[in-house]
Design a protein around this ligand. Structure first.
Ligand code: FAD
Length: 328
């Protein structure tokens, strides 16, 4: 891997004074448009790369966003499951062809999978999970579960960056009509093959992007209570359901619902924490929510330190009552 990577990096360092330009790599099945807001902060033209069987239809939507100069598509089934072994050469070849100075991708399972491999091939130090762009070479990212905010400057000629989507606004589609062109498709041979995936399917709003989230913790005592209390509350609010790790580990909720340092990071308009103490690892996943409501019987629970509205009450009485009132 290293030999071509080094020569590519050297090629780019010769041209490091050229103008900025960004390639945003989005997942064509579920594009995270917040990445476009982050990339726009760098300045310079913005090209979007979409790959997979449905890249062409995703491109129609992406081309409408203001600020997008061009959309590149690689309409091949080889990219459908975002295997890093296939995707990384695609990114590298398009960076090489387009001479981009920046490559942005979401800090989602997709970006965390494909971008490190592309970074290695380009011999560049990836900058992960940024929450702000200070300048074209300086970025802000949390470490230690959000307890320390780091400002990092990169001297790499090509900067590969993953973006925490919840930290940037989701732009509304504009009236742009960016040209859609074919990407350079290396059709790289791969020794990795997609076999199958086992996904949790839900009719409810997606936890990662929902505007409202209600999360339950160990205070619910068991799975039956979790289902009986949290889902009617979620339905009354039109919210996604989340859970603390203690609730997940105790089998109250599926592990795809975990919010926190080792779960999903969410920043909805409304986050309701029910029977959750507010451990630092949980706060790392939700403290940037716009309005936080906590219901806990312990007035000293740390969740109240981050809550905008708190109710010290027994959840088994308060939540069903709240649900009934919301339904009316
Ligand atoms: P508890 O801390 O047990 O709190 C339960 C709360 O319910 C209490 O505050 C109690 O007062 C309240 N309660 C009880 N009964 C009632 C009632 N009848 N009415 C109202 N309130 C009631 N945790 C996460 O959530 N997400 C993570 O991603 C995560 N990652 C971790 C990573 C590491 C490396 C480590 C070490 C820990 C991690 N944890 C994570 C675990 C975290 O430290 C806590 O243990 C966990 O968040 C506690 O969950 P909880 O608040 O539901 O349970």
């Amino acid at each position: 891997l290293r030999r071509p990577a080094l020569s590519l990096a050297r090629t780019y360092s010769l041209h490091s004074s050229r103008l900025l330009s960004t390639l945003a790599v989005l997942e064509s099945s579920a594009p995270s448009y917040s990445v476009l807001s982050a990339a726009a902060k760098v300045g310079g033209p913005l090209t979007v790369l979409l790959a997979g069987s449905n890249a062409a239809s995703a491109a129609e939507s992406v081309a409408k966003f203001d600020g997008v100069e061009k959309v590149l598509t690689a309409s091949s089934g080889a990219y459908d499951h975002a295997l890093a072994e296939n995707y990384a050469p695609l990114i590298v070849e398009n960076v090489k062809a387009g001479g981009y100075t920046h490559v942005f991708a979401p800090a989602s399972a997709f970006g965390k999978n494909v971008l490190p491999r592309a970074s290695a091939l380009l011999d560049s130090q990836q900058i992960s999970d940024i929450i702000d762009v200070t300048s074209a070479d300086t970025f802000v990212r949390p470490i230690y579960a959000g307890n320390v905010i780091l400002t990092v400057k990169s001297n790499d000629p090509i900067k590969l960056i993953t973006v925490r989507s919840s930290a940037f606004p989701e732009p509304a589609p504009g009236s742009n009509a960016a040209p859609i062109e074919s990407a350079v498709d290396p059709n790289a041979p791969s020794s990795t093959e997609f076999v199958s995936e086992d996904l949790t399917v839900s009719e409810r709003p997606d936890l990662g992007s929902a505007k409202k989230v209600v999360s339950g913790g160990r205070g619910l005592k068991d799975k039956e209570n979790f289902d009986k209390i949290m889902y009617p509350l979620a339905d009354a609010l039109g919210a996604a359901v989340g859970a603390s790790r203690a609730a997940v580990d105790s089998g109250f909720a599926d592990n795809s619902l975990q919010v926190g340092q080792t779960g999903k990071v969410v920043a909805p308009d409304l986050y309701v924490a029910v029977g959750i103490s507010g451990a630092i690892q949980h706060l790392a996943g939700m403290k940037d929510s716009k309005t936080i409501v906590a219901i806990n019987k312990d007035a000293d629970a740390p969740i109240f330190e981050v809550a905008d509205a708190g109710l010290v009450a027994d959840l088994f009485e308060a939540v069903p009552e709240l649900t009934e009132k919301l339904k009316k």
